[in-house]
Design a protein around this ligand. Structure first.
Ligand code: PMP
Length: 453
């Protein structure tokens, strides 16, 4: 099937010159072979044939303001007339951004910039080992923390927890896997048992406070409280990976919403609206280990860290997020979308769970209640999840047709976009249901691993 784009000659050139034809793992989606994107603006992107797609994929999440936000673009255009990367000292923009982040994010006493979320999470995990002198890091089933990851969905009972998880890639050292423990999300008891048995070996715990890499699974209060209590009690570092939840759900991230303050936090995606920026911040005594001055024990570097264009994009994004009703608008449209989609599935008499938070929504095709763990999601019908999204794309509405991927609403989306989404979903689900026998093959692309580009 090739519902999208007719960029075939260009796409063929891409496949010849670029492994897989794309520059990041999951940009290559089964069923979409020839999509070449030419332009993006507001709530839409356009292919080389000029066909418009109302975009709920949002490049896996950065564009909370919408594509090519005019204020962000103007800030970037202004800074490139003044300064580019000099790689020595610091720019006023970097200082201002650090100070604003410290004001906004509860756990931040100090902060460092990276270019990607993966760098931020890698540094956080390394720092947890550096300061504790311990080996084990704890992750949770369904969470993704970057390309250096080793997460498997397959482990998991507390007894199994120290078994080596499956690698996400060939080439990862067995020692890394042996030093990684994967527990079920939302299982406070498994966390308590692991710490009781191995607490003195655990360097850090990293968690997506809302595992959005499998759509949307909301944390229980007990789970997050237990993480905080156990890490504190056993001298381990608690890391919230807020690369998706940061800024999108609240200016201070999920830690502001939950009231649980981690030791370290990683950020990315929404805070520069699509420009490549990540951050790691947290307790000053920990962050000081990254200092290049005496006293720092952990190495931190990056040629492009704090590049003026990216910093300008972030400052303009934060200004807009702070001064305009971005959250109010996107949360209202999120509620409209979720309510409308629930009605559609009830009309169609189709077992479905429509969930999400704020500007994020996802429809799982399974009976309720809302999932609490990755295992709950095994009941989701991957054929229908992927199948209706392929049909939606034919109607000019883009939700990524990969199993368990969430969808995003931006400040540029309108109520009328959401009405079209709801009507389009009704038609697309009907069309997919009539073809479900054809949909089985290739519909589930998770391959047992949580991956995201
Ligand atoms: N953490 C989370 C929660 C993510 O979703 C991602 C990317 N999807 C990353 C880390 C890695 O970020 P990046 O792709 O910018 O390296």
């Amino acid at each position: 099937m090739n519902a999208v784009g007719t960029g075939a000659p260009l796409a063929e050139r891409a496949r010849a010159a670029i492994p897989g034809g794309v520059n990041s793992g999951q940009r290559s989606v089964p069923g979409i072979t020839d999509l070449v994107v030419a332009r993006a603006e507001g709530a839409r992107f356009f292919d080389t044939e000029g066909r418009a797609y109302t975009d709920y994929h949002a490049a896996f999440g950065p564009q909370l303001l919408g594509h090519n936000d005019p204020d962000v673009s103007a800030a970037v255009a202004a800074v490139i007339r003044e300064v580019d990367l000099c790689g020595v000292g610091v720019t006023p923009g970097e200082i201002e951004l650090a100070e604003r982040l410290i004001e906004l994010v509860p756990s931040f006493e100090q902060v460092l910039l990276t270019s990607t979320g993966s760098e931020a999470t890698f540094h956080a995990l390394r720092l947890s080992r550096a300061v504790t002198g311990r080996r084990l890091v704890v992750k949770f089933q369904g969470c993704y923390h970057g390309w250096h990851d080793a997460v498997s969905l397959n482990v998991i009972s507390a007894e199994d927890a120290l078994n080596r998880p499956d690698p996400i890639s060939a080439g990862i050292l067995p020692e890394v896997l042996e030093s990684t423990v994967v527990l079920p999300f939302n299982d406070a008891e498994a966390v308590r048992r692991l710490f009781a048995d191995h607490g003195d070996q655990i360097a850090g715990v990293i968690v997506e406070p809302v595992p959005h890499n499998i759509g949307c699974v909301l944390p229980t209060d007990e789970f997050l409280i237990t993480l905080r209590e156990q890490t504190t009690q056993h001298g381990a570092i608690l890391i919230f990976d807020e690369v998706i939840t940061g800024f999108r759900h609240a200016l201070g991230g999920w830690q502001e919403i939950s009231g649980i303050t981690p030791d370290l936090t990683t950020l990315g995606k929404a805070f520069a609206n699509g420009f490549p920026l990540g951050a790691i911040g947290g307790r000053a005594d920990l962050m000081q280990q990254f200092s290049s001055r005496p006293g720092g024990s952990a190495f931190f570097a990056g040629t492009y860290n704090g590049a003026p264009v990216v910093v300008a994009a972030a400052l303009a994004t934060l200004t807009k997020l702070t001064e305009q009703p971005v959250h109010e608008h996107t949360f209202r449209l999120g509620e409209l979308a979720r309510a409308g989609l629930r009605e559609v599935f009830a009309e169609l008499d189709l077992p479905a769970v429509v969930t999400g938070y704020g500007s994020i929504f996802v429809s799982y095709f399974m009976p309720g209640p809302a999932p609490r763990t990755y295992s709950d999601l095994l009941a989701n019908r991957a054929d229908l999840f992927v199948g209706y999204r392929r049909k939606l794309i034919e109607r000019g509405i883009f939700e990524l047709p990969l199993n368990l991927k969430r969808s995003h609403i931006s400040y540029a989306h309108t109520e009328s976009d959401i009405e079209q989404l709801i009507d389009g979903t009704r038609d697309a689900v009907r069309a997919a249901l009539s073809e479900t026998t054809e949909l089985g093959a290739g519909a589930s692309t998770m391959g047992g691993l949580v991956r995201e580009s």
